[in-house]
Design a protein around this ligand. Structure first.
Ligand SMILES: C[S@@+](CC[C@H](N)C(=O)[O-])C[C@H]1O[C@@H](n2cnc3c(N)ncnc32)[C@H](O)[C@@H]1O
Length: 256
């Protein structure tokens, strides 16, 4: 995948609120994505990012997905933070979605060192978040980080592969699912299909790294064309899918 060329194509297509007729998407662009982030949260983000970007702890990484394009098996927390963690614009996107829609049951696939988890949590501290990480040392580090930066005990970390978790008895109907790990197109589609019975018509699915490879991008395009999903939103690195089966099928390319 030529990511530079893809970015030019995306930028030429990406819309602001003009020309959007869907009330849900208009509100998303006009309100949700523009909401200022309050000082307290900016301060929390600052403290978390400062701690992670200077942390030289070495993690012996056990690979369960497609593998990193940049990092070796032994990697430091600061390298993981720089290469794999959700922060800045996309971290704020997670925060704003949580803050505006207030989903109560949230699932994250791929905790890593806990950066994305905490953005989700700060967006709506009342939400019960379940986050899954297979690599034991990464999981242990995330646990410590989350304990230090969470505002209550609503985050449950599980050390498991995504597939093993999906085989367990899941009682939740998730309102919000963030898939950020594995990076294999066939697996991505498979996880989404397996999650259908644990989600509902208005569940917001956030898929990360949709342009990570041709294979991931083809999987994204397959999901966009899937009759099950009536709303799809392309934010370049992330894509959003919602079933909304009673609505007209629509796709938008949006500015972050
Ligand atoms: C890109 S990182 C996640 C970043 C994190 N969500 C954030 O927002 O900062 C992906 C993580 O998913 C984990 N992972 C990949 N494939 C997995 C699988 N099949 N089961 C469980 N964890 C997996 C990796 O170990 C890695 O830590």
């Amino acid at each position: 995948m030529n990511i530079g060329f893809e970015f030019i194509k995306y930028s030429l297509n990406a819309k602001g609120r003009h020309g959007i007729h869907s009330p849900f998407v208009y509100n998303l662009v006009d309100n949700v994505l523009r909401k200022p982030i309050n000082e307290e949260v900016i301060d929390r983000q600052f403290r978390l990012f400062k701690a992670l970007k200077n942390d030289a702890t070495i993690i012996n990484f056990e690979e369960f997905g497609a593998g990193s394009k940049r990092l070796k098996k032994q990697r430091s927390v600061k390298q993981i933070f720089a290469a794999n963690s959700t922060k800045n614009n996309y971290g704020n996107l997670l925060f704003r979605l949580m803050h505006s829609y207030k989903p109560m049951h949230v699932l994250e696939f791929g905790t890593s060192i806990g950066c994305g988890t905490l953005q989700l949590h700060w967006g709506n501290p009342e939400a019960k978040i379940i986050t899954i990480e297979a690599c034991k040392e990464t999981f242990e580090f995330a646990k410590k980080t989350i304990e230090q930066h969470q505002v209550n005990n609503n985050i449950k970390l599980i050390n498991s592969t995504f597939n093993r978790y999906l085989e367990e008895k899941i009682i939740e109907k998730f309102d919000f699912v963030f898939i950020d790990g594995h990076h294999d197109g066939k697996s991505l589609i498979d996880y989404i299909k397996k999650l259908e019975k644990h989600t509902h018509n208005d569940t917001i699915f956030i898929l990360d790294d949709i342009r990570w490879s041709n294979d991931m991008f083809n999987a994204w395009k397959t999901l966009v064309n899937d009759e099950q999903y009536h709303l799809s939103l392309d934010f370049f690195r992330m894509g959003i899918l919602i079933r909304q089966i009673n609505k007209q099928k629509e796709h938008f390319t949006l500015k972050k």
